[in-house]
Design a protein around this ligand. Structure first.
Ligand SMILES: Nc1ncnc2c1ncn2[C@@H]1O[C@H](COP(=O)(O)OP(=O)(O)OP(=O)(O)O)[C@@H](O)[C@H]1O
Length: 232
């Protein structure tokens, strides 16, 4: 696990600047939720950290500067990113093949440990090992996408609205998995519109509005206490 921070991060698309001069620090092992309404810039900030929309500023993972590195290199350096959109899996390949691809750079011994973790987070995927990933439900594809990110053995993970469009029971399963993941000590930055879901899980919450972090206080119950409720 490593801390993740950015300083004066500006991110956007082409000429469009969405996030301007963002300073953010996620401590090693912390679970931070980034909350904000539709279009506030949550995805753009995560994409900036991941190397997909950064225009300027610094991004640092642990002791290592990721500034100037491509998204692929940032991933290899230990920063995993699970984007918002569905279809973050290889649809025509089986669940097992998707997992094997995700774990290909992970050392053999560590790979077995990671596989044990993902199997315990999302046991349903074990039943579908031989099924083409494209035939999984949206929620199961989300579980597979998170599993694939974890199989690469990252130090920190960026999760973009994993709750989006999920049925309450699936949301509950994802929430429980994230609670379990939190206890492994991995650094987590979760972008969410679902305040209830995110505040139930996170150690700390920050808000973003119109591309700026704000000081507006957020509702913040004890970590992990309302996961089941948030999924109802
Ligand atoms: N690929 C893109 N090209 C141009 N503009 C974009 C692109 N993606 C997002 N935007 C714009 O950037 C702004 C912020 O969008 P972003 O997706 O970061 O917000 P968000 O907080 O994640 O919202 P949501 O919860 O709806 O996903 C919006 O005005 C959006 O239209």
């Amino acid at each position: 696990m490593n801390s993740l921070s950015c300083r004066s991060l500006t991110a956007g698309y082409g000429r469009l600047v969405v996030c301007r001069s963002i300073d953010l620090h996620v401590a090693a092992g912390e679970f931070l939720a980034l909350l904000g309404p539709n279009g506030a810039g949550k995805s753009t900030l995560l994409r900036g950290l991941a190397g997909l929309s950064q225009k300027s500023g610094e991004v640092v993972l642990g002791e290592r500067s990721l500034t100037g590195l491509s998204a692929a290199r940032r991933a290899r350096a230990g920063l995993a990113f699970v984007p918002e959109s569905r279809g973050n899996v290889f649809a025509s390949m089986t669940v097992a093949e998707n997992m094997a691809i995700a774990a290909r750079r992970t050392p053999q011994r560590r790979r077995a440990e990671r596989r044990e973790l993902t199997s315990s987070l999302f046991p349903v995927l074990d039943r579908y090992a031989a099924k083409p990933a494209g035939l999984l439900s949206g929620g199961e594809q989300q579980m597979l996408a998170i599993s694939m990110a974890l199989l690469a053995d990252p130090a920190a993970i960026l999760l973009d609205e994993p709750s989006q469009g999920l049925a309450p029971s699936v949301l509950r399963a994802i929430g429980e998995a994230l609670t379990q993941l939190r206890s492994t000590g991995i650094t987590i930055l979760l972008a969410e519109q679902n305040t209830r879901f995110a505040t139930a899980l996170a150690d700390r919450v920050v808000r973003i509005e119109q591309g700026h972090l704000t000081d507006r206080p957020a509702e913040h119950p004890q970590p992990g206490t309302a996961v089941a409720e948030a999924g109802r």
